[in-house]
Write a protein that binds this ligand. Structure first.
Ligand code: Z5A
Length: 224
């Protein structure tokens, strides 16, 4: 594909979602790098966080100190972080023609605070409307893995003696319910979401993700 055709393509917004330790951070970095190697301007980012204001809220949210606000209060804080992230980083990048790959986004609020926190769909829709405006991911890759495998990977990465974060410390039943919540999101929005089998090796998962991006967003021209 020529440089002119590349620059004519609108910048795309891709999100990676899934439970603890499924490989989102690893694959977000790899995907952004592969896009750049293909001649596409791309950045990786993450939630909660991605901008200075949102990183400040990340520390607060992951510390567990906001737990007493309940799922509704925490969902509003995650949305506040998301507004800053969109305004400061995602929207300017997309406007400049740069693709954005985000490690977590609004589906995390649906899964964690919505499904597991018991928030009703109307509240979540209203919150998304306020936080996202017209922005929606062009493609969401949902990495799917049995909960105990993801937790074991996360624990191995953390190393002995290091405390788990607030969500990681929840029960296995919580993480299994989380997996189901994500699978339900993928089934409900197949035009936006692709479910990726994350039990495979890092390289195999990266290739499956690249195949999905190529097919959905690049017209298969970059598949290899
Ligand atoms: N949260 C929320 O409640 N509501 C919201 O709206 C948002 C977030 C946005 C953020 O935690 C927490 O905030 C999250 C949900 C909540 N809590 N939880 N749980 P975080 O950002 O600190 O953590 P995380 O998002 O859960 O990600 P993670 O634990 O860092 O996992 P990951 O990014 O999916 O995986 P990874 O770091 O890429 O890989 C984990 C390890 O496995 C690592 O050692 C890798 O080398 C290894 N790995 C990766 N891929 C493979 C394969 N394929 N095979 C074998 N090993 C692998």
């Amino acid at each position: 594909m020529s440089a002119m055709q590349e620059s004519a393509r609108p910048a795309r917004f891709i999100t990676l979602e899934g439970g603890e330790g499924v490989g989102k951070s690893t694959q977000a970095l790899r995907l952004a790098e592969r896009l750049r190697q293909s001649g596409i301007d791309a950045i990786e980012t993450r939630e909660p966080g991605g901008s200075p204001g949102a990183e400040m809220l990340r520390d607060l949210l992951l510390s567990g100190r906001t737990r007493e606000l309940g799922a509704k209060g925490e969902a509003i804080l995650f949305a506040a972080a998301r507004i800053d992230h969109i305004d400061q980083k995602i929207a300017p990048a997309l406007a400049a023609g740069t693709w954005v790959v985000s490690d977590r986004f609004a589906d995390s609020t649906r899964a964690y605070q919505g499904t597991l926190g018991g928030l009703d769909a109307g509240f979540l829709r209203a919150l998304e409307r306020v936080a996202l405006g017209d922005l929606r991911p062009d493609l969401t890759l949902i990495l799917d893995l049995p909960a105990e495998v993801g937790l074991a990977r996360a624990a191995a990465r953390r190393g002995a003696g290091v405390a788990s974060d607030r969500f990681e410390a929840e029960s296995l039943a919580f993480h299994e319910a989380l997996r189901k919540a994500y699978r339900d999101i993928a089934a409900a929005e197949p035009q936006r979401c692709v479910l990726v089998d994350a039990t495979r090796s890092e390289d195999e998962v990266a290739q499956a993700i690249w195949d999905a991006v190529s097919y959905r967003l690049l017209g298969s021209t970059h598949a290899a």
